[in-house]
Design a protein around this ligand. Structure first.
Ligand SMILES: *Cc1c(COP(=O)(O)O)cnc(C)c1O
Length: 428
């Protein structure tokens, strides 16, 4: 399998090179040259398959010859070490809970898969790879946990000092080993700018820097798995399926569309956003106008220029009419989100957090147009990760899960930095 750059000015590469590079030399995102639908028999028989079998069948063509089959199976088993239940919330509405992994966010799947691919590529090399990543909260923890102890990979996480929750900070500052946390005196955008600068800096070429955001195909593609798992659980209901993803960089929903290109019968996609509404505006007006991000309570989606949107455009052949056939996007304010968290709890006793609640709102809006369908929204994080929002709204105290308790006991270790120069000194 070959990958091309969506900027079209870089050579084609195989899976290994695309993963190691992260971004193509022309700064474009990598995209697979072919997408071959899976046979009918796979979908007919899907309820009899294990998660590992589904994952292997769906990702095999994208990995190609870069990883031998037995090794790929092993990577998948290590990636999928937790459950992905579709929990009924109300009539015909399900929450696909993606938060049962080690850091209680869906990013565990992509981070675990990518780290193990890099570990495999580095098996015989003494050239270290450095994963450099900026986080506004959730990515850092998942990357830290996913890459912990992976041979030949050093991970450096930049986070804005005082701007992430205590749980999130502990998740990325307490692990040690090959994981280093840099506490930046600034906001998330400052962290992101430093990372971008480092990638472009010729004097850091020898560090083999790569990213662990969903621009990396090894983080993005495995996010298809759980859309297949959702279908596996809901197939017997025999109704058109609507999938709503709370979207920030649009990696998750883009993986869902890939799953559909492989033949998965999803009737409609909803990209649900907070007030960072670049994509909903695009679908309405037909032109794409990114803007600076606005801070909200669903902060993992505070993205003004979603990086995977170009991949979605490619999947819809840059044709707005194609888009509108099976893709909608709606935006919701914090007030609407807070009301939804309260309303869902009052009616059903189900506890959502701000991202899942945005997904729920988008799903309900679309389902109103298709009364015979069933719907699933992705619950992308455990409510405990957003306890500052959820507890006061519902007037309750959430029990602390064991994954979180274990990091709260450990000591925070971080290095404070302020400027790009200090980052460079640290890297050198
Ligand atoms: C990253 C994240 C999202 C957004 O996912 P994208 O793939 O970037 O659209 C949504 N919810 C949570 C909790 C996240 O951490």
């Amino acid at each position: 399998m070959q990958y091309f750059s969506l900027n079209k000015k870089a050579p084609r590469v195989d899976f290994q090179e695309a993963v190691v590079r992260g971004l193509a030399p022309d700064r474009g995102l990598y995209f697979p040259e072919t997408i071959t639908p899976l046979p009918h028999s796979f979908f007919q028989n899907i309820e009899n398959l294990t998660h590992e079998e589904i994952a292997f069948t769906t990702i095999k063509q994208f990995v190609g010859d870069a990883i031998p089959e037995t090794e790929l199976k092993h990577i998948i088993t290590e990636t999928l070490c937790f459950d992905f239940p579709c929990v009924p919330v109300e009539d015909n509405v399900f929450s696909l809970e993606l938060f049962h992994g080690p850091t209680m966010a869906f990013k565990d799947v992509g981070a675990r898969f990518m780290s193990r691919c890099l570990g495999y590529f580095n098996r015989n090399s003494n050239k270290k790879v450095t994963v450099l990543v900026a986080t506004s909260g959730d990515t850092g923890g998942a990357v830290a946990s996913g890459f912990l102890g992976v041979k030949g990979v050093e991970v450096i996480i930049l986070y804005p000092s005082g701007k992430i929750s205590e749980i999130q900070e502990r998740q990325l500052t307490t692990l040690g080993q090959n994981i280093k946390a840099l506490e930046v005196d600034g906001v998330f955008d400052d962290c992101q700018d430093m990372v971008k600068k480092a990638f472009l800096d010729d004097r850091l070429k020898h560090k083999n820097l790569t990213s662990a955001n969903s621009i990396n195909i090894a983080r993005w593609l495995p996010q298809m798995f759980y859309i297949f798992f959702a279908y596996q659980q809901l197939k017997k209901r025999n109704k058109p399926l609507i999938v709503s993803c709370p979207s920030g960089n649009f990696g998750n929903i883009c993986a869902g569309i890939m799953a559909k290109r492989l033949g998965l019968p999803i009737a409609h996609f909803v990209a649900s956003t907070n007030v960072n509404d670049t994509v909903p505006r695009f679908l309405e007006a037909g032109h794409y106008e990114p803007k600076a991000s606005i801070a909200t309570i669903s902060n993992a989606m505070d993205v003004g220029n979603p990086s995977n949107f170009i991949r979605i455009q490619q999947l819809y052949r840059f044709d707005l009419k194609e888009f509108q056939k099976d893709f909608s996007s709606y935006s919701f304010s914090d007030t609407e989100t807070e009301k939804a968290i309260q309303d869902i709890y009052a009616r059903t006793k189900y506890i959502t957090e701000p991202h899942g609640a945005v997904g729920y709102l988008g799903l309900k809006k679309e389902m109103a147009k298709h009364p015979d369908s069933i719907g699933v929204f992705l619950e992308t994080a455990h409510p405990i990760k957003f306890l500052d929002v959820v507890e006061p709204l519902l007037d309750l105290k959430l029990p602390i899960p064991k994954q979180i308790e274990s990091v709260l006991e450990k000591e925070k270790v971080s290095v404070k930095i302020k400027t790009y120069e200090t980052l460079k000194q640290f890297l050198d």
